[in-house]
Write a protein that binds this ligand. Structure first.
Ligand code: GLU
Length: 558
């Protein structure tokens, strides 16, 4: 056992250049002046070069709760794992989240600058701070240098397994925790690399209670592991940086991924040993996905699921509003009812509640996300669909962008088809789909399409007759009621039935129904058996183009 004095000597020996005290550091990060009930939250991603949809979810939760309480949202970049880091990682996070309208009050700017008084917001720039606290912990005997090698650790593990003991570096297995000052000095003189570890005084047999924002009251066992605080390269581990940064930054609620829940006992011990007031925790379950077997759930994975990557949504032009709405339904299932009751309110008006989060993990379902995106796009005006489609196409589909730019009014008319009235068409999920809407209206695209075959319903000679007779009566000035009446009359005169009941009872008397007649015209005009409202399609196409298509079809039906 080292004496108090020896620990103070040890701290100076290990950190001779650290002159600041813990109090000096606290002076630079004064307590925040906050309104009653204001929460300071932070989102703390690591820059790995990939923006997971789960990060949008966490970022949204962080900014939304802070906004609701008139608090502060901090973005902190946890870049202490140099092996995982990617060059443009920070930019990807900041810009990616901004693209969703998720913006923080404080954090690193894109160019490495910082916004806010509690900077730096990149952990790699806070190494001096961690050293002050490491020195403090060593001086008071709460931490120590450990020179154990990887091989020795493996050996300990083997012995533990043999003895049926818990594995890990703790208690009497922790070889260096009570080393004498002399032993430590001699290693230092040899230049042996070392890490700084917590000197745990917890007892695994003891329990304590805590309240988690999502899980509620839980009982946990104390930590007794001598966890690494500073790595041999001088970088802190997550465990050490977390209490220090969150305390100095004045965070009032730590919302973080559920994978950290098992570290709570360690973090409680660290807060206590650092002399900090414990910050409450809310552990948020990760987004889950139903596995292909349809039975088991697993985490939405960067490796297996393209929809885990935010870039996927950007590339295909999913509306960010739809994605945010979907993420809110995952967070608080009552969001859906709220939306039904308040179809026109901005999502900012919805009160997100941490205690309403799903404890078991929200199930991410791209089909549901697409449904919400569809609803959202259906709620836009044709002009808005045009503008948003153009924005997307300019970046991802030059050909469609050109078409949109050169034919603005025509395209708006196309997007306007079935956009008002009681039955609004919902076939655009993402702006990439806009192109499909244009295909039947531009000859160069239309020509690439094949006619769908309807010979099982109407013979060629009859199709020809329908189209030829229709050409003669076609009048582009008719309203849709007269238009349809005329198609019915045409059908009647050719032996098709316009009364469904009568047809069902006397099928043998008829060639088919008026629906078949309309189907022939639909295929002639659009090449498809399913299309937006044919009357509106023909109006937008214009008489000349509609006639050309009818004539071409008739001429092919020989
Ligand atoms: N960098 C950690 C992570 O990405 C942050 C955890 C936290 O929010 O405290 O998991």
């Amino acid at each position: 056992m080292r004496t108090k004095d020896e620990n103070i000597q040890l701290a100076d020996l290990l950190f001779p250049n650290v002159k600041e005290s813990v109090e000096d550091v606290f002076k630079k990060y004064p307590k925040r002046e906050l309104k009653d009930g204001a929460e300071v939250l932070r989102f703390a991603p690591s820059p790995t070069g990939f923006l997971h949809i789960g990060s949008v979810y966490s970022g949204l939760v962080c900014t939304k709760i802070s906004e609701q309480t008139d608090g502060v949202a901090i973005l902190r970049i946890e870049d202490t794992d140099k092996k995982r880091e990617v060059k443009e990682g920070v930019q990807l996070i900041v810009e990616g989240l901004k693209g969703f309208g998720i913006e923080f009050n404080e954090g690193p700017g894109i160019k490495g600058d910082s916004i806010g008084d509690y900077a730096p917001y990149m952990q790699s720039k806070r190494l001096d701070i961690y050293k002050v606290f490491a020195k403090y912990m060593i001086a008071k005997g709460s931490a120590y240098p450990c020179f154990i090698t990887e091989d020795q650790l493996a050996e300990i593990r083997e012995q533990q397994e043999k003895a049926g003991a818990r594995t890990g570096y703790y208690g009497s297995w922790a070889k260096w925790r009570d080393a004498s000052l002399e032993e430590i000095k001699s290693e230092l003189e040899n230049g042996s690399p070392f890490v700084v570890r917590l000197y745990s005084t917890g007892d695994i047999e003891n329990t304590f209670e805590m309240t988690d924002g999502v899980k509620g009251r839980v009982t946990l066992r104390e930590n007794d592991m001598d966890a690494v605080l500073l790595k041999s390269d001088g970088f802190p581990t997550y465990h050490f940086a977390h209490p220090i940064d969150d305390t100095l930054m004045g965070v009032t609620m730590v919302t973080r991924g559920d994978e950290w829940f098992s570290s709570v006992p360690l973090h409680y011990e660290l807060f206590a040993k650092l002399g900090f007031k414990q910050i409450p925790y809310t552990h948020i379950s990760p987004l889950m996905k139903m596995d292909n077997d349809g039975k088991s759930k697993r985490k939405l994975s960067k490796r297996k699921d393209p929809e885990a990557d935010v870039q996927y949504y950007i590339d295909h032009g999913y509306p960010k509003e739809g994605i945010l709405e979907y993420l809110l339904t995952l967070a608080n299932s009552n969001f859906y009812d709220w939306r039904v009751q308040n179809p026109n309110l901005d999502i900012d008006e919805f009160q997100l509640k941490l205690e309403k989060f799903n404890k078991a993990g929200a199930l991410f379902d791209i089909v549901k996300l697409e449904d919400i995106c569809k609803e959202y796009i259906a709620s836009l005006s044709a002009e808005q669909v045009y503008e948003k489609s153009l924005d997307w196409a300019k970046k991802y589909d030059k050909q469609t962008a050109k078409l949109l730019e050169l034919n603005k009014d025509y395209c708006i008319n196309i997007f306007n088809i079935e956009r008002s009235g009681s039955k609004i068409r919902k076939d655009i999920v993402k702006f990439e789909d806009s192109k499909l809407q244009l295909r039947i209206f531009f000859d160069e695209l239309f020509n690439e399409e094949e006619y769908e075959d309807i010979l099982n319903r109407v013979d060629r000679d009859i199709q020809k007759e329908i189209v030829e007779r229709y050409i003669n009566i076609y009048n582009s000035d008719e309203d849709n009621v007269v238009w349809f009446e005329n198609i019915k009359k045409l059908g009647d005169s050719l032996g098709f039935c316009s009364d469904r009941k009568e047809y069902e009872e006397n099928k043998e008397k008829y060639k088919g129904t008026v629906g078949d007649v309309a189907m022939v015209l639909r295929v002639a005009i659009t090449k498809k058996t399913q299309s937006p409202d044919l009357y509106q399609v023909m109006s937008v196409l214009g008489e000349q183009k509609a006639r050309q298509r009818l004539e071409k079809y008739a001429s092919e039906m020989v």
